[in-house]
Ligand binder design. Structure first.
Ligand SMILES: [Zn+2]
Length: 76
């Protein structure tokens, strides 16, 4: 998943960014905050031409735990 930018038209136009993780978590940022990733989220550009990749704090923690050599719980 990734980041979706939208222009909200009421009561006045402002930019809105929705950060979506592949696990389904989503955070909405408005106005000046739209271009800044939410606290704890990791956002990095994917391949050129594709949308950015957004990862929520929970998935960040899970992947970091995995990188430390711990075995994450396997989905059934
Ligand atoms: Zn997630």
């Amino acid at each position: 998943m990734g980041v979706t930018y939208d222009l909200i038209d009421a009561p006045y136009p402002y930019l809105c960014a929705v950060y979506r993780c592949r696990c389904g978590a989503a955070v909405t940022r408005h106005g000046d905050e739209a271009g800044v990733q939410p606290p704890g989220w990791h956002v990095h550009a994917a391949e050129p031409g594709e949308s950015d990749e957004a990862v929520c704090p929970e998935c960040v923690a899970r992947s970091e735990a995995g990188e430390r050599g711990q075995t994450p719980p396997r989905p059934a």
